[in-house]
Design a protein around this ligand. Sequence first.
Ligand code: NCD
Ligand code: ZN
Ligand code: ZN
Ligand code: ZN
Length: 445
Amino acid sequence: VNRLETSINLFNLKAFYAGRISSCGIHIEGGRIARIAKETNLPPADRRIDCGGHLVIPGLIDCHVHLRDLGFSYKEDFYTGTAAAAAGGFTSVLDMPNTSPPTDSPQRLAEKMALAQRKAIVNVGFHVAPPSDPADLSRMRLNGAFSCKFYLLKPMGNVEVRHPDVLRDYLRECRRAKMPATIHAEDGLVIERQLAASSSAITLKRFLQAHTPEAEYRSAKAVLETAGVGTKVHFCHITSCKALELIGRARRKMRISCEVTPHHLLLNDRELERIGPVALTVPPVRPEMERQRLLVACQRGSIDVLATDHAPHSLSEKLGEDYSKIAAGIAGLETALPLVLTLVKKGRLRLKPVIEMLTSKPAQVFGIRNKGVLRPGADADITVVDTRRRFKIRASEFKSKAKHSPFDGWSCIGRPIMTFVAGRLVMDHGEMMANPGEGAILRPK
Ligand code: NCD
Ligand code: ZN
Ligand code: ZN
Ligand code: ZN
């Protein structure tokens, strides 16, 4: 690994440091934060960077992204996906295994790591899919997998984890391997049956009648009843109050965490109807009442993590009449921070918890070492944010290959202006400064 030899002083900034926002400077050495102190007390450095009085926060961590590549590199690849991350202020991302081929064996995990190592400009870690040989779970854990993803909507790879007995066996194996289980909670067997009963194209209305909050709740309940005490469970993109209450109750006896996405905090079903398939994602955005409840849950601290579920597809895959055939997923890396900062400006969320849900919390949940906080000794993964900057989201300017978004044209207040990975400036006012391969492969502690 090429370590950064030069030292840097970041000055003229307000840092989110030790739970407070205070004026100070940051001294970086060898790719790590060496000192945080009053500017006048910093040691001299080879390079000085003026942060313009802006807010400096730990580099954002997204524990749920689909960087695709391999057979889906027309949708996104490790370079474009991590460039989108850097543009959005993210310095570390955890990639999902529903690729072509799926990441479901030690061999395939190793191949993905090698490819990402050549192309990525921010740090990348990996979730894996259930392997045909359950014993491979512990091998993949040792080789650096952050979790095993259980996609309960449709089969991923060869293993049918939607059947309770199969799910039970794999969750047990996860516990043995000390591997967290990451869950897409939707009752896929029931949803499939409901959609198959229709002989004509699936309208949005029919799609939403199948992908209900109930289906999310049933699926989450089945997982919690199946996973024994001691299995660490993380629920992806939770969308409804009922599932959240279930998770809240289970927290008392199990190690559980959950995430919410910016789109479920900002869009409702009427918005989906107006915007159309570009806003289609699974689980779908919900009625306004659920959206309001999710915001309240964030305010109360009942949600651990904000994750984008960055799920890029080509525009042609996002078009069509039959909602069961339209590719579900929204590219979120380049809009997440501006969107939630705008919610903060409007008083719907508070700044400190939002930053924590994007930094220290995902680091804690998945055991990402030395990241997610600004402190001496931590990796110099740092994001500089202009919290007053007003701008319009322009999907055509995304670094992601998916140049469409339900938020296209939305006005935001707040934007990342510089992103540092291990002390290297990778994004400067929207410009990509890094070469492919400068990101590191993450492994759990
Ligand atoms: C994701 C994708 O496209 O891979 N799509 C989505 O709508 N969220 C899969 C997923 O995370 O469920
Ligand atoms: Zn020094
Ligand atoms: Zn999902
Ligand atoms: Zn996803």
